[in-house]
Design a protein. Structure first.
Lengths: 250, 154
């Protein structure tokens, strides 16, 4: 029997076919993108909760209306100014670290526009921690410990925001979602920039890098740094309970 | 002297391209495995707003999606609607939905569920606020406002 010789098939075009498949796949798949601005919603408010008295200066009021305009601290503002406004609010009375107290900020005034930062002193904290431990309140002592760690890392005392200081955001039901997100974004950008600045000055590394590295390595020393920076610039953005503002707003 | 002569042309054979298909196939398989496919059909049109303070969730299996926007199909009107899983839904259904979705997670991870809100940028806040209130009541407090990334403005 005569064997017929099988000719060799040219595989040169195989690559092209595979490329076609690859490109087809790349074009047709829609990749779910899971990125965005993260927020922790507040837990539902119990109906019998008492309204707390808050000093006027402690709250940075941001309101948006149906025409997508911003009213910040009772003044009209554009979205581009919001970040600087919020930064100003957080550092006006000085952090004791990088930001000196501004001379034109009047203190002790009822009409004060800014929250008054208070010194956190190492000597006082040590006494406080001991008294908490003696009273059997380990959790409170732990919080004091964190502040002491922060002072150690910063190499000096710092000024902390009063507990009631926060940025409050109230949106009208007719505000566009885009503006709402831009406001959220700018407020977060303000805090992140301050954190980055402080972190770069004290730890030679931006806050974002610290967080990124911590999420990979889970190093305790990194967490201490992150916590200390958060103590100086806590992220307190609150959203007011919604109310229908379409009537009698303006 | 002659050591440095380079004039002599050495004939090199053509490079074999026989392994090229294998390489490309490997690429193809890599992409097929690495991409996470969108599991549910989008029934609403969503143009995501842009933001600079972007957070990326690493554990994708913890995310559940709420889409809000005008329906793709014009027959359902142009007003923004809420889409949960594969159907248009009412604000009142969100609490049940959260409960059900939570049960699909492992017990240890049920508190770690993320709700990613994909909201069209032209939507009015009224709907979004209602949804957020329902999420709070359902104790689904970790929310991601889906956005595409951009540079920080100065």
């Amino acid at each position: 029997m005569a064997r017929r010789e099988i000719p060799e098939i040219n595989a040169g075009s195989m690559a092209d076919i595979a490329f076609l498949l690859l490109i087809f796949w790349l074009v047709t798949t829609t990749i779910d993108s899971d990125e965005g601005v993260k927020r922790q919603l507040p837990p539902p408010v119990p109906p019998d909760m008492e309204q707390q008295e808050v000093k006027d200066g402690d709250v940075y009021n941001v309101r948006t209306n149906f025409r997508d305009e911003l009213l910040v601290e009772k003044e009209v503002m554009s979205i581009g100014q919001l970040k600087d406004g919020a930064k100003d609010f957080l550092i006006a009375t000085g952090t004791g670290l990088l930001h000196p107290e501004r001379p034109n900020v009047t203190l002790g005034d009822d009409n004060m526009k800014y929250p008054e930062r208070q010194w956190v002193r190492k000597s006082e904290l040590i006494l406080l921690e001991q008294s908490y431990l003696a009273a059997g309140q380990p959790k409170a002592a732990e919080r004091v410990r964190e502040k002491l760690t922060a002072i150690e890392l910063f190499g000096g005392d710092y000024k902390e925001l009063p507990g009631s200081a926060l940025i409050s955001l109230q949106t009208d039901r007719s505000t566009s979602y885009d503006l709402y997100l831009q406001v959220q974004n700018e407020l977060e950008a303000a805090i992140n920039e301050l954190r980055d600045e402080l972190s770069l000055a004290k730890f030679n590394e931006s806050y974002a890098e610290l967080e990124e590295r911590y999420s990979r390595t889970k190093e305790a020393s990194l967490l201490d740094k992150i916590k200390s920076i958060r103590l100086v610039f806590p992220q307190r953005i609150s959203e007011a309970e919604p109310r229908d503002a379409s009537q009698g707003y303006y | 002297m002659s050591k440095f002569k380079k004039n002599k042309k050495r004939e090199s054979g053509a490079i074999s391209t026989a392994s090229l298909p294998d390489i490309v196939f490997m690429l193809l398989f890599f992409f097929m495995v690495a991409t996470v496919l969108r599991t549910e059909e989008e029934m609403v049109k969503v143009v995501r707003p842009e933001a600079s303070e972007i957070y990326k969730i690493e554990k994708k299996h913890l995310i559940r999606y709420i889409n809000i926007g005008p329906p793709q199909d014009k027959r359902y009107g142009t007003e923004p609607v809420i889409q949960l899983n594969d159907q248009f839904s009412d604000v009142a259904q969100i609490r049940d939905w959260v409960e059900n979705e939570r049960l699909t997670l492992a017990e240890a991870e049920q508190t770690k569920m993320w709700v990613s809100m994909k909201v069209d940028q032209d939507t009015k806040m009224g709907v979004v606020t209602d949804v957020k209130q329902e999420l709070r009541k359902a104790s689904a407090l970790k929310v991601l406002y889906s956005a595409s990334s951009r540079e920080r403005t100065n």
